[in-house]
Ligand binder design. Structure first.
Ligand SMILES: [Fe+2]
Length: 188
């Protein structure tokens, strides 16, 4: 975790790489009924993205509740439930975005020069968030096991760093990527 700077994105730990891989120039079609080549049109992609954004938003709310309640108001079983669900939620969302959403955007907006840089940035943030999610997951378990002052301080700092960065990422996707998908569907 990045404990040296302000709460935000962490530096991935040495030797640990998230499962994500960039999908460059995949064999996507521009068929109007199947913008993705995966049986989903842009409207379905938009709806699925919105679902993943909402799930991650709810996750941020739960993480903030824990951070605000530390230590006395935080139950061990809530921490362990969060620890179990944290990484899978993040990873599932990233899989959808990297494997379906991003190729669909590259295909539909092939002439948009700034889009490539935007998607590269989002990909990098996914990479960081997956590494950070694993660390937060570990720290939640450590807190339950120890509940010492050091655990409380470290967990609170990590939780806030994680959900603040994730909320920023989600806000961008909700405000910029979702409208692109809706516009791309109606402009056909
Ligand atoms: Fe994302």
């Amino acid at each position: 975790m990045n404990l040296s700077g302000e709460p935000g994105r962490s530096t991935p730990p040495h030797g640990k790489r998230p499962v994500l891989t960039a999908i460059e120039g995949g064999a996507m079609t521009r068929d109007k009924g199947d913008a993705m080549g995966h049986g989903m049109d842009l409207a379905q992609v938009a709806n699925t993205l919105e679902h993943h954004l909402n799930v991650q938003q709810n996750l941020c709310t739960r993480l903030e509740e824990v951070a605000d309640g530390l230590p006395a108001e935080v139950r061990n079983d809530d921490c362990l439930a969060l620890a179990r669900s944290l990484y899978p939620i993040i990873h599932r969302s990233h899989q959808f975005e990297e494997q379906l959403l991003f190729p669909a955007l590259r295909t539909r907006f092939a002439d948009d020069r700034s889009l490539r840089a935007t998607l590269d940035r989002l990909h990098g943030e996914h990479w960081e968030d997956e590494a950070f999610a694993e660390e937060v997951q570990h720290e939640l378990v450590e807190f339950v096991a120890g509940r010492c002052e050091e655990n409380v301080e470290k967990l609170g700092y990590m939780l806030r760093g994680f959900f603040i960065g994730l909320r920023r990422h989600l806000a961008f996707e909700r405000e910029h990527i979702l409208p692109m998908l809706r516009m791309g569907e109606t402009d056909r």
